[in-house]
Design a protein around this ligand. Sequence first.
Ligand SMILES: Nc1ncnc2c1ncn2[C@@H]1O[C@H](COP(=O)(O)OP(=O)(O)O)[C@@H](O)[C@H]1O
Ligand SMILES: [Mg+2]
Length: 360
Amino acid sequence: MAVKEIIDALKSENLQDLGLNQNLAQLVKDIKMAGNTLTIVMELPRDGLEDVLRAKTIDVLSNLPDVEKVDIKFVKGQGAQTPPQHQPPQGAPGAPVMTQPMFTRKKVPGIKHIVAVGSGKGGVGKSTVAANLAVALSKLGYKVGLLDADVYGPSAPTLFGLKGERVTVDKMNRLVPIEKYGIKILSIGFMLPSEDTPIIWRGPMLMKALTEFLFSTNWGELDFLIMDLPPGTGDVQITLAQNVHLTGAVVVTTPQDVALADVKKAVSMFKEVNIPILGVIENMAYFICPSDKQKYYIFGKGRVAEFANTYGLKILGSIPIDPEVAEKSDKGEPIVISHPDSEVAKAFMSIAKVLSQVVQ
Ligand SMILES: Nc1ncnc2c1ncn2[C@@H]1O[C@H](COP(=O)(O)OP(=O)(O)O)[C@@H](O)[C@H]1O
Ligand SMILES: [Mg+2]
């Protein structure tokens, strides 16, 4: 493979989405092919763009024959230590000077929409919702991935019957998601040495690595990447918000006081870091009694609607309580697959439709 062909391929990738009036080839400072390993030295036009430039380059090069390994090194360009170029708004004389953030929210190449599923509290069904929403979107014909980013309690391996699976890497050294029910799944759980890896190791180290996972995974083309966030308002959310362009977040709550109190905090946090909230999903909203088919609002009726109203949020849907959900989850079958005719599955299908309209 001639270096010229590589350069030509890199020319085809312009960097307008990063606010740069250049193509990838124009950043190349040095390029060497030794055996099947390609070493590229690239100028870094701005701090914080390493992940996305590496992902874009590998994306282009993975289509070329003969390149087996790519090693990309960055050297700082002129703008690399200054904040992004967009101009601060011109305030009136004497108005405080707006400081621009030092980070850039980057799109993950090939992915149309990244939707984060968050909650204030654990145990409200966030992972169940993320998994079934992913399957429901896929049933609607979308290409879907799921990133289980809950560093403290990864559940995708259980929910999809993939316990014990480990990630592999492709020839470009990208992580390969594991495919099940048509969903490309990557879980922190596929990377931990064992289920009882100490929490102290799981936390900070994995959080730092999360953005890197997103950009160094071979997702292919996706319409939706659903991301199961850890509960609460911690570092993972902030780091993601600063570095990744998310379409938005959905928040899951139950009608209980404790869950509602905590979800308020999650909503404030998403607002603070400027992640649009696409809507609220009310889980465990009611129980349909098998004998009389009546709906029983065990945790109270209308409370989530009231909450959503107060905060100006849309309710994407309400999901009933169904003991089958827990039972099938433990067996690795999302309820949308195992019981497509159940009320719960219908609720998920309806939420997926609403969500696909909200993001368009
Ligand atoms: N609608 C539902 N009906 C019955 N059980 C549910 C429902 N949603 C979630 N669960 C169960 O509640 C538990 C907690 O759900 P999970 O998705 O793990 O919550 P989280 O990710 O918020 O901690 C699981 O055992 C799950 O199977
Ligand atoms: Mg969970």
